[in-house]
Design a protein around this ligand. Structure first.
Ligand SMILES: NC(=O)c1ccc[n+]([C@@H]2O[C@H](COP(=O)([O-])OP(=O)(O)OC[C@H]3O[C@@H](n4cnc5c(N)ncnc54)[C@H](O)[C@@H]3O)[C@@H](O)[C@H]2O)c1
Length: 362
């Protein structure tokens, strides 16, 4: 392990012979052989958590899942995802699942569950996500993100886990003028409570690593999309409205986002879980490397759905950033990460999922 914290030590993963080629995570055997279970996945009934847990379980890795079914968006969606996860252990070669419906801030309940689950490490994805709602509920975000992450780290230390991987966000870059955003640039000017809580979690993660020497990774996700995307996120909202022939209101002309397809994110999460012991503490960007303007995003969705609707334009919303764009040099060289899904393909797959689920019906 390197004692250099987040310094620029590029040889670590290579030195351990762990380099992974893009696409490796579609091989179940590779996952099973490299990830010792059980693995804790928090936020397991959410968008990204359900995909990560599903990939692990299907590959034969045992998973312990936690989710409090926060009603920030329709909890029925999370119930369906949770039931889907619970069905996987019945399939051949799958791992075992132990789910706890509980809140990370319920310290007694959390300790009891973890005493029984006996996990080796955590992929911590639970959070109140989203920029705009955080402005209305900053205290809720501090509790669900900062306090809950701190509570989980205390358990990790008590139980002596061998690694800790957690979700951060591209929002920590705020309105930084230097693009693409690199892990080494200053991130001391967040512009929403959500972004501030995610940066605070990164700082807690550094302290956790410093005091315990438990390998700890922070992953800065850049707007994730694909099947099961949260209904409050723009692509999913627009897709449903366009399919129903309803008009769109666009906020923030000239803005752009580096969208990242869910399968690329899952691969990056698993690669970081495997390789973080070679680094100690590390921050990695997980992006799509291809910023898309708001107009192009809407145009692509209309093309895929096969319908045009009326558009009204408004100014920027408070807390929203102008652009995001991930610099992937570090994560490519250290984790072998490489996004493989084009925006048009990803949007098409999200649309197919909407059709299968009947979500786009008026
Ligand atoms: N989706 C994105 O584009 C994106 C971008 C950047 C970062 N992230 C981060 O990735 C992670 C997953 O995001 P997502 O889009 O899947 O969101 P999500 O809301 O679908 O999933 C998060 C899950 O955490 C659960 N949860 C919240 N607070 C909890 C608590 N105190 N105890 C237990 N469970 C709790 C929620 O019920 C939810 O199911 C989050 O940490 C989010 O901040 C997401």
């Amino acid at each position: 392990m390197h004692a250099s914290g987040d310094s620029n030590d590029m040889q670590a993963a290579g030195a351990h012979g762990l380099s992974l080629a893009p696409g490796w995570a579609s091989d179940a055997r590779m996952i099973r052989e490299r990830i010792p279970g059980p693995v804790l996945v928090t936020g397991a009934a959410g968008f990204i958590g359900s995909h990560v847990a599903e990939r692990l379980l299907s590959a034969g890795v045992d998973v312990a899942g936690i989710d409090n079914f926060d009603p920030m968006y329709d909890a029925g969606i999370k119930r369906r995802l949770s039931r889907r996860l619970e069905a996987i252990p019945g399939t051949s070669g799958a791992g075992a699942l132990r789910m706890w419906e509980g809140d990370l801030n319920d310290h007694r309940g959390l300790a009891d569950f973890l005493n029984v689950a006996r996990v080796r490490g955590a992929i911590h994805l639970a959070a109140k996500a989203g920029v705009r709602p955080s402005i209305a509920d900053p205290v809720g975000y501090v509790n669900a993100n900062i306090a809950a992450t701190s509570a989980l780290m205390a358990q990790a230390q008590r139980l002596g886990w061998d690694r800790f991987v957690m979700a951060s966000s591209s929002s920590v870059y705020g309105n930084a003028l230097t693009v693409p955003f690199s892990e080494e640039q200053d991130v001391s000017a967040p512009i929403s409570p959500y972004a501030a809580t995610k940066r605070a979690c990164e700082l807690l993660a550094h302290t956790h690593w410093h005091l315990t020497k438990m390998p700890t990774a922070c992953l800065r996700f850049f707007t994730v999309y694909g099947p099961r995307q949260r209904p409050d996120l723009a692509i999913q909202q627009f897709m449903v409205r366009i399919a129903r022939g309803e008009g769109l209101t666009l906020f923030g002309e000239g803005t752009s986002r580096d969208y990242t397809y869910i399968d690329d994110i899952v691969e990056g999460v698993l690669a970081s879980y495997i390789q973080i012991p070679a680094f100690g503490y590390r921050i990695w960007n997980l992006g799509g490397e291809n910023p898309v303007s708001l107009d192009d995003m809407v145009g692509t969705i209309m093309q895929v759905v096969g319908r045009k609707v009326e558009i009204q334009r408004r100014g920027m919303q408070p807390g929203d950033v102008m652009r995001t764009w991930a610099d992937l040099r570090r994560v490519k060289s250290e984790l072998g990460y490489g996004p493989r899904t084009t925006f048009a393909d990803g949007v098409r797959r999200q649309w197919e999922w909407n059709l299968e689920e009947g979500l786009a019906k008026a």
